[in-house]
Design a protein around this ligand. Structure first.
Ligand code: NAD
Length: 468
């Protein structure tokens, strides 16, 4: 059983009460995390505030070196962190699971460390010189979800500290342990107070998002929570980066080869058991290819290994928590009530486990609730279409706009369809393939701002224009 504390100002905070974290594969106790109080949060914010002047005064090169040291430290603990992650999140150790997630976190850290924060010269002539400087905001509050808890915490923390901010992170109460351990490790190489943790219930996140000493909130999670954060951040006019829900459409074009695309469609939809913001969540297939694509996906799904993340060769684990399991189950039932035909998997009556079968559904129409709402789990609706213009309209007729994909070998047709899709990223013949140098974010209700790349880095700064 794991037990970690909150760190503020480089010190472990006293634990007056704690809460249980369970292993979703077994239901056993995975560990205990501190139930941080608002007083603990104040301590963490005060520590971040106290560390800010010295940290922000360091040179860029010094902060780059510190970030590199964080990457080295995490690399030295890669396996340990992966084991904690599998214990509390359920994802397999191998494949696109915990080792992959921690490895990705390290790669993202190194990439952000390597970026420069430029001073831009806007004008330099006989009328004067004007420079655009990037200044850190101050204390950044980071609020993270349970699906990719370590990687997403890194996406928040590293660009923020790289640009001279200090951070207070609040992990999801479903998966706090790996993040707490990671922040302990960061504190072994960073100056005290640069990165602080505060675990606790949702109320802690709500207090953070209205706190007058926090200059920015970076939040990854559901759209309803993002909307609440935006509301409570209004009083202090906080800077916001919100990475919210997605209901990504994939559109297969008539020239695609069903056998050739099946594996990439499957993993685009089911990586991390579908519990990924930018998973393919509704698949539109033309009449001519519909049966072939369905058959190829069913055949592929039959060979995917689902089980305890510590068992050899597993590719998918359980759904992480009961609330999400019930949501997926309800949407699958609703899809059937709307005329959907189960191709494999289907709803579950047994409430004793969090393992949900890989489910593919031939949806009866675009109005199916499994098509309209984000399932965030291992169930994919496949919708038949006959008119491309109409299907692009359907793909866009959704409040979300995170990612999208087009499955075709025709690059010109891809460019045309991609241009007409309302989403922050569009892929050809793959889905959800993010990388640290390409900005990522959603349009419409999928978010505000971007992470990754130079744009994501600079989102942690305020502009100061200097007239020399
Ligand atoms: P969630 O919104 O329930 O919780 C996320 C975090 O917010 C948790 O730490 C939670 O404790 C905290 N929180 C809850 N209420 C709060 C409040 N009122 N104020 C401040 N913080 C509060 O989301 P989740 O269930 O953990 O994650 C699943 C959702 O996240 C899905 O919708 C998914 O699409 C989305 N997501 C988006 C991205 C992206 O990059 N766009 C990435 C991963 C997940």
């Amino acid at each position: 059983m794991y037990s970690f504390g909150n760190v503020a100002g480089g010190q472990q905070l006293d634990i007056s009460s704690s809460f249980d974290v369970s292993n979703p594969s077994t239901g056993a106790l995975a560990g205990k995390a501190p139930a941080g109080s608002v007083a603990d949060l104040e301590t963490a914010i005060a520590a971040a505030e106290a560390a800010f002047p010295a940290w922000s005064a360091l040179s860029d090169a010094e902060r780059q070196q510190y970030c590199m040291k964080v990457a080295d430290k995490l690399e030295a603990h890669l396996e340990e962190l992966a084991q904690i992650l599998t214990t509390e999140q359920g994802k397999p150790m191998g494949g696109a699971g915990s080792m992959f997630e921690i490895g990705g976190a390290i790669a993202w850290t190194r990439y952000n460390a390597s970026l420069e924060v430029p001073v831009e010269v806007i004008q330099d002539d006989e009328n004067g010189r004007i420079e655009l400087h990037r200044k850190p905001i101050g204390v950044v509050g980071s609020i993270t979800p349970w699906n990719w808890p370590v990687m997403i915490a890194i996406w928040h923390i590293i660009p923020a500290i790289r640009t001279g901010n200090t951070v207070v992170n609040k992990p999801s109460p479903f998966t706090p342990l790996s993040t707490l351990r990671m922040i302990e490790l960061m504190n072994e190489v960073l100056p005290a107070g640069v990165v602080n943790s505060i675990t606790g219930d949702n109320e802690i996140g709500a207090v953070m998002s209205s706190h007058d000493k926090i200059g920015k909130i970076v939040f990854t999670g559901s759209t309803p929570t993002g909307q609440k954060i935006m509301g409570s951040a209004a009083n202090t006019l906080k800077r916001l980066t919100l990475e919210l829900g997605g209901n990504d459409a994939g559109i297969v074009l008539e020239d695609a080869d069903p056998q050739a695309i099946a594996a990439d469609i499957f993993w685009g939809a089911f990586v991390n058991n579908g519990q990924t913001c930018a998973c393919l969540k509704r698949l539109y297939v033309p009449d001519a290819l519909y049966d072939q694509v369905c058959d190829a996906l069913v055949e592929f799904a039959a060979n995917v290994k689902v089980g305890d993340g510590f068992a050899e060769g597993m590719e998918l684990g359980p759904v992480q928590n009961r609330m999400q399991f019930d949501k997926v189950n309800e949407l699958v039932r609703a899809s059937i009530e709307h005329g959907g035909k189960v191709l494999c998997g289907g709803p579950v009556d047994d409430a004793s486990t969090l393992f949900f079968p890989i489910t593919l559904i031939a949806a009866a129409s675009n109005d199916d609730p499994l098509v309209q709402q984000e399932q965030f789990g291992p169930a994919l609706p496949i919708i038949r279409y006959s008119d491309l213009d109409e299907v692009i309209r359907q793909a866009n007729d959704n409040p979300n706009g995170l990612g999208g994909s087009v499955w075709t070998n025709d690059k010109a047709r891809f460019a045309d369809v991609a241009n007409r899709m309302e989403c922050g990223s569009v892929w050809r013949n793959k889905h959800g393939a993010i990388q640290p140098n390409a900005p990522f974010g959603g349009v419409k209700c999928s978010g505000v701002g971007v992470e990754f790349g130079q744009e994501g880095l600079l989102a942690n700064t305020n502009i100061q224009v200097v007239y020399l």
